[in-house]
Design a protein around this ligand. Structure first.
Ligand code: KG4
Ligand code: ZN
Length: 332
């Protein structure tokens, strides 16, 4: 079965064709990052308008790259939520139109479930495993018992980790989004230079809090003399990154130990962070747990993960109604 996946929940317009739920025949992602950079964050109306411009060319490119036409597509999977409603509706409307016009079965998919299972595009992982979703919009730990069977173990009570990275990067004058830049600068810095707080570490089980950490770092930066801050940027980036990574790693490994699982899967944009990758692998290994990271292209928002889940649900007989609506908040 060849499934066309469509994703437009935030600031990436994406389409992909996946065969048999595993084989990625094409994977196109058009990012709107530069359209939002001017505003220092994602502007919902700009996102919707940019999706409207990009969605048809992106779908055509995905079909073209796969060497297929719409007649070859056996199913359509589209992100139904969570996300920005106006953005979601663009992907949803196009998916419904194609499904209706061509009489192709279609199904709405939860974006978080897509991240949680994106690893299967590249490798097999035994169930159950612990999944950490860490992005600009989400920071959650799930126990993944099977496809379609998830238990939320904890989540952020305020900011997402990526959001905290982006806000501190902004205070440092690094531009938007700043997570990847912080990662790069941190490599030249001393991660022990400044001891930033570790929100909720040792408390509140597997819930996170990054807001206080972000505020502490922002206040620290603002207190420094303007002439000195340039020379301190690398140390601040390294120290802040270390604080975030410390909390993410310790809570996730503790969740895996408590759940008695053999593997941890990390996904979402912040899963690209080099320090997170290294520390998670190191600490999990000490606990006898395997760590799996999808490649960066499948960690960040993409439609291949949506198509792969679509394959599973369509094969299970699930179909969505053409009256299906977008869902802004939707826990798996
Ligand atoms: O999953 P994603 O592409 O979009 C959503 O938020 O859904 O994640 C984007 C987030 C941004 O906050 C960005 O700064 C962060 O992921 N990010 C990183 C790195 N690369 C991307 N954060 C830390 N280190 C990185 N290398
Ligand atoms: Zn995402």
């Amino acid at each position: 079965m060849k499934v066309l996946g469509i994703e437009s929940s935030c600031d990436e317009t994406a389409a992909a064709v996946v065969e048999g739920g595993r084989k990625v025949l094409s994977n196109i992602v058009v990012s709107q990052v530069k359209d939002h950079a001017l505003f220092g964050g994602v502007v919902p109306e700009v996102a919707s308008r940019k999706h409207t411009e990009a969605i048809v060319p992106v779908i055509n490119a995905a079909l073209g790259d796969a060497g297929l036409g719409l007649d070859d597509i056996d199913g359509i999977a589209v992100t139904q939520g969570p996300g920005l409603v106006g953005a979601l509706l663009v992907g949803l409307s196009v998916a419904k139109s194609l499904a209706f016009a061509r009489n192709i079965p279609f199904v709405g998919i939860n974006h978080i479930e897509g991240h949680l299972t994106a690893i299967f595009l590249e490798e097999e992982v035994e169930f159950p495993y612990v999944g950490l979703i860490v992005s600009g919009g989400h920071t959650s730990i799930y126990l993944v018992k099977d496809l379609g069977d998830y238990q939320l173990l904890g989540k952020t009570i305020d900011d997402a980790a990526g959001e905290a990275f982006d806000k501190v990067a902004k205070v440092l004058g690094l531009g938007y989004p700043g997570g990847a830049l912080m990662d790069r600068l941190a490599k030249q810095g001393d991660c022990k230079a400044i001891r930033f707080p570790r929100g909720l570490l040792g408390k509140a089980k597997f819930n996170f809090s990054f807001s206080g950490m972000k505020t502490a770092a922002s206040q620290y930066i603002k207190k420094q003399h303007e002439d000195l801050i340039g020379g301190m940027t690398n140390d601040i980036a390294a120290s802040f990154q270390e604080a975030i990574v410390d909390v993410l790693v310790k809570k996730t490994v503790a969740a895996a130990e408590q759940s008695d699982v053999k593997s941890i899967v990390i996904s979402g944009g912040v899963a690209c962070n080099s320090r997170l990758r290294a520390r998670m692998a190191e600490i999990a290994k000490e606990a006898g747990i395997k760590t799996c990271f999808p490649s960066p292209v499948f960690c960040t928002d993409n439609a291949a993960m949506i198509a792969a889940l679509g394959d599973y649900y369509l094969k299970s007989g699930k179909r969505s109604d053409l009256a299906m609506n977008a869902v802004a908040r939707w826990e798996v």
